[in-house]
Design a protein around this ligand. Sequence first.
Ligand SMILES: [Ca+2]
Ligand SMILES: [Ca+2]
Ligand SMILES: [Ca+2]
Length: 460
Amino acid sequence: MKTYVKCWDCKLLVVAFLLLACKESSPPTNASIDPDEAYSGGSTTSFDATSRAFTFPLANITATSLAAHRAGDAVFEGTFVTPPALVNGGLGPIYNNTSCKSWHNNDGRARPPLATEQFGGLLFRVSASGSDVNGGPIPLTGFGLQIQTHAVVSTVPEMSISISYVEIPDAFADGQVYSLQKPTYTMVNPYIPVPAGAMISPRIANANFGLGLLEAVPEQTILGYADENDVNGDGISGKANYVYDQSQDKVVLGRFGWKASQPTLIQQAAAAANGDMGITSPYFPDESSKGQLQDVPAHDPEISSDQLDAIKVYLQTLAPPARRNVTDETVLRGKALFIQAQCSACHIPKMQTGSDELSELSNQTIRPYTDLLLHDMGDGLADGRPDFKASGSEWRTAPLWGIGLVQIVNGHTNFLHDGRARSLMEAVLWHSGEAEQAKQNVKKMNSDDRNALIKFLESL
Ligand SMILES: [Ca+2]
Ligand SMILES: [Ca+2]
Ligand SMILES: [Ca+2]
């Protein structure tokens, strides 16, 4: 009887073993496909891969939020004009653009201007050395914290800026050559002499989608990725930026912008209105023109809290686009190489949002490919201008979702904080500092593997 029971056990074991063996022998590609892989923004994800891919509201948006989204879209598209116009007056006296929309074509990203073009979509932060009581940058006397390259008729722009590029040739380990272009920015015709020691930082206008989801990622999640003293010894030491929040009058975690120097979407929008268009708001009551005439103070604030809120809701509710070709064999190989090459140590593929003021954004599994932390990217990418806790060579890990659609949406493949990279591969080859090892891993790849890695990036 005892023996019989034992034998029965044996049979079960054999069956279990066979089942396991079967599972093992299924094609390895299937094993690495995550069934929700295409859903970059969880149930908010928009499935449109046309030139309008970045312009859609959250797929799961409620009727109430949709109405607010549409109202915000109208404010976002509004063109500001010179005072004393009653509607959207208050442009300038110095500015960089006349509407939010003009820098985010199709809600996408800008590129640096060609030699023959006017500036649009690339702005320059400036500051003097040192930091203020909140750890933030010190305005440059006469210029503030941003260069305005346009002015209304009664005044003059602060300066213009010219860009020149030098080609730096290099090669992959297999001998295939490439070249990277390094930009130099020169200040031209400043309206007053530029104070010695001015620090300048180029920033390209980035895409607008998915920002509400990034705002909904719990602070503990982001801080959990930080490893400031590189305790795990992988050469990567992400650190959080802590920046000044105007409305709370305190220093909080920064998430938005190329150096994570903005804490919230509303402040990001208000700062952009002020810096880019010369629009005062309850957040930023002073004109951005520091050394020049102010425009009619009677009109302040030139944008209301309600209008700012509307812009915020618009940005909050733009959906991330779905991935394409997620089951393609080359894309899957590229995905494996992305992890092997250590890219995913900073570009974290998947995380969870917490509970948010908008139910649509709450508890979503998102795939933004960022840790929202700062990393030292080496001298090549350094701007030499600290921004709160971000040093002159630290940048926020750029979210990679939607990156493969930039060409379709915006008609170019310029990447990185100043658009210097002319392709995704050039963006990778600029990586250094904490990402030096990751870059070396790519330089050692053969051309098939490099191609697979790029195919994966293009599927994001
Ligand atoms: Ca103004
Ligand atoms: Ca300025
Ligand atoms: Ca580490």
